[in-house]
Design a protein around this ligand. Structure first.
Ligand code: ARG
Length: 458
């Protein structure tokens, strides 16, 4: 097929080169944005008398039929077209004749593709934000149901201090809320219209870029045409935000995987979100969580791919930039899939509170509280720390817990010990006493849940 850009050259290129050059197989997903953008462009050209009003109307009607037919399946995207922009223009001209050739006045594919991508991502970010919020809600609901359940909190994956399960889950809710923030923040800078920047330098026609931007729901217009067509920092920002989001999902995935192992048995994932083994009949594998962990690497890769593509590119448009879309689309698809599976996986998991508590009962995670007991009775913390450590060593030797150690053994270490020490080292009490702002107590977790829910509504 001879190209729309046949002119200087015959427009006949080598078949292999054509396939190599073509982006239709991936940019076809922006057909809606491309058509809506072209409609707004035609309307502006008509309003500014750059083309006649009747031509503008004919173009807009023609574009509408293309959109309708693509949506209904009556029109199929031609896989041999160069890209979605060329395809739409070609079909338009087939349908309405010569008038269709007026659409590309005061425009270039360079500002067109930048426009389409911003519009496409704007919609996708909206969806990803909604999916992230659904996951945050699932976490907050589980946190509420298990706000008083004690489990060992870990540092270095060694049992450290008792925490409530609600507190642990809300840590992820906080992280994901910042991910929402990052996406919404990127949206502010992204929602700036590049259309009208044209190929690179602007145009000699008396266009109205603001009219076009407003018609397409943009908050502002790019104020430097070279910048408008050249930068993809909005893609990099989103890929960064999604990389961070995936990193959070990956950490939570890792915990779900650990917690559902026989070694922990803190939770059980619903059968719907696990798989079996083809050979080992007893297996219940946390594949969904593992895949989310694994796919995190893909999204990091997408970010690195785009940063590397952009590095060293001279202004303005370079064909290298066609590579932006596959990275961005892959990340969009991956993040959406992971979030879609994650929220119901959290909603349906069974929390085995008894096992969590049992784990909390060994590992001397109340040793800090034991030291604090002495501090409250006047002993300097460093000395109390030492005595508490000696008592832990004694327990290990005898094979008992701090709760089981008799009062005489305590008194042998310090006269400050009394029977009330046992209340002080009770695990639930240890968690409850951590009522400092952001701490693990039930009240503190309730406050966190309320705050997060409030942010979600805002
Ligand atoms: N398919 C191209 C892309 O995705 C569209 C822009 C092409 N512009 C050009 N001057 N060749 O980047």
């Amino acid at each position: 097929m001879s190209k729309l850009w046949a002119g200087r050259t015959a427009g006949e290129t080598n078949q292999i080169a054509d396939d190599f050059n073509s982006s239709i197989r991936f940019d076809c997903r922006m057909y809606r944005e491309d058509i809506k953008g072209s409609m707004a462009h035609a309307a502006m050209l008509g309003a500014k008398n750059i083309i006649s009003k009747s031509d503008a109307d004919a173009i807009i009607d023609g574009l509408q039929t293309i959109l309708d037919d693509l949506e209904s399946g009556a029109l199929e995207i031609d896989p041999t077209a160069e890209d979605i922009h060329m395809f739409v223009e070609q079909v338009l001209t087939e349908r309405i004749g010569e008038t269709g050739k007026r659409l590309h006045t005061a425009r270039s594919r360079n500002d067109q593709v930048a426009l389409d991508l911003r519009m496409y991502l704007r919609a996708e970010v909206g969806e990803i934000v909604a999916l992230t919020k659904a996951l945050i809600t699932a976490l907050a609901d589980q946190a509420e149901a298990h706000k008083a359940d004690i489990l060992p909190g870990y540092t270095h994956l060694q049992r450290a201090q008792p925490v409530t399960f609600g507190h642990h889950l809300m840590a992820y809710a906080m992280m994901l809320l910042r991910d929402v923030d990052r996406m919404q923040d990127a949206l502010i800078r992204m929602n700036v219209s590049p259309i009208g920047c044209c190929a690179l330098a602007g145009t000699t026609y008396d266009t109205d870029r603001i009219m076009e931007a407003e018609a397409l729901g943009f908050d502002a217009v790019a104020l430097n045409s070279l910048d408008g067509v050249s930068d993809r920092d909005f893609c990099v920002e989103l890929l960064s935000a999604w990389s961070i989001l995936m990193m959070h999902l990956s950490r939570l995935s890792e915990e779900l995987i650990l917690w559902s192992s026989w070694e922990f048995q803190f939770i059980s994932l619903s059968d719907d979100f696990t798989t079996g083994s083809s050979i080992m009949p007893q297996k219940k594998n946390p594949d969904m969580a593992e895949l989310c962990r694994g796919k995190t690497g893909r999204v990091y890769g997408d970010l690195m791919a785009l940063l590397t593509t952009l590095k060293g590119l001279p202004l303005a448009y370079n064909k290298d930039m066609q590579e932006d879309k596959e990275a961005v689309f892959d990340a969009v698809d991956t993040v959406k899939m992971c979030l879609k599976v994650f929220a119901p996986m959290i909603e349906t998991m069974t929390v085995k509170s008894d096992n969590m508590l049992r784990a909390a009962q060994t590992g001397f995670i109340n040793a800090t509280d034991l030291a604090d007991y002495l501090v409250k009775k006047g002993m300097p913390f460093r000395s109390a720390y030492k005595i508490s450590g000696a008592l832990v060593a004694a327990c290990i030797q005898k094979g008992v817990t701090l709760e089981e150690l008799p009062l005489e053994a305590y008194k042998a270490q310090s006269e400050l010990f009394d029977a009330d020490l046992y209340d002080e080292i009770n695990l639930a009490a240890c968690a409850e006493k951590r009522s400092s702002l952001g701490g693990t107590s039930v009240q503190s977790v309730e406050n966190q849940i309320a705050w997060v829910r409030n942010q979600l509504d805002a």
